[in-house]
Design a protein around this ligand. Structure first.
Ligand SMILES: [Mg+2]
Ligand SMILES: [Zn+2]
Length: 234
């Protein structure tokens, strides 16, 4: 059995609420919901969705900073991350949200663990604020066939190491392309329904303590690298 690496969604998975939705709810003109409906029905990809939605937003840097103070994170996340470092299990965050937001929240949440948040690779879109106008920064390279802003399928495929099994952790529709090319999925909310309906090997999780328990049951902390116990998928 090959060792495991985790790919983790950010909004709604690490955080309790979706930060992009919070930005839209607080600072966008109401038409953002119409764009959201087009995306949810599969009519447009997330790149077009995000571009059209962010064009409706007026938000100053101080307002974003203020909003970020109220972003709550899964209370078991930092303990889970600490365990991945103890067990030498690679963790990568894949997000269709914004790098600036993710870096800020990670820094705050991991402070108590002593793990520098920069040690966790993050692949995401980003925003630049100019006054109250927002410009979007998408990852370089050709857009994928799904029209994603930041394609999680391409990332899982690109970042896969031959020696590792890919375990995806997520909650939403933007995770489905990453989930279907992973070896196993921990899912909640809309991603859980998607996995059930599409026979994607998965287990439901409620918070990161469920996944930490799974690691403790399956991994041997006295061996790092490839010498781990057999992993049993639950
Ligand atoms: Mg999500
Ligand atoms: Zn894609």
């Amino acid at each position: 059995m090959r060792p495991v690496q985790f790919f983790i969604d950010f909004d709604g998975t690490i955080t309790r609420s979706d930060v992009v939705d919070r930005i839209l709810e607080s600072f966008a003109l109401p038409d953002w919901k119409k764009v959201e409906a087009e995306w949810a029905s599969g009519k447009i990809g997330s790149r077009e969705c995000l571009s059209r939605q962010m064009a409706l937003v007026g938000m100053k840097e101080a307002e974003l900073k203020n909003l970020l103070k109220s972003v709550e994170v899964d209370s078991h996340f930092s303990s889970f991350i600490k365990r991945t470092f103890d067990f030498d299990v690679p963790v990568t965050i894949l997000s269709d949200g914004f790098l600036t937001v993710i870096r800020e929240v990670l820094k705050r949440e991991l402070k108590s663990t002593g793990i520098p948040s920069k040690k966790i690779p993050v692949y995401a879109n980003d925003i630049k604020l100019m006054g109250s106008k927002i410009s979007l920064v998408f990852p370089k390279g050709q857009p994928c066939t799904h029209g994603c802003a930041n394609c999680k399928q391409s990332l899982v495929e690109r970042l896969s190491k031959n020696a590792h099994q890919n375990v995806f952790i997520g909650d939403g529709l933007s995770d489905r392309f990453g989930a279907k090319v992973s070896n196993f999925v921990f899912a909640k909310k809309k991603l859980l329904l998607y996995c059930r309906e599409n026979d994607v090997p998965h287990q439901e999780f409620h918070d990161f303590s469920d996944i930490e328990k799974w690691m403790v049951n399956n991994f041997d902390p006295f061996f790092s690298g490839t010498k781990r116990k057999e992993v049993s998928w639950c």
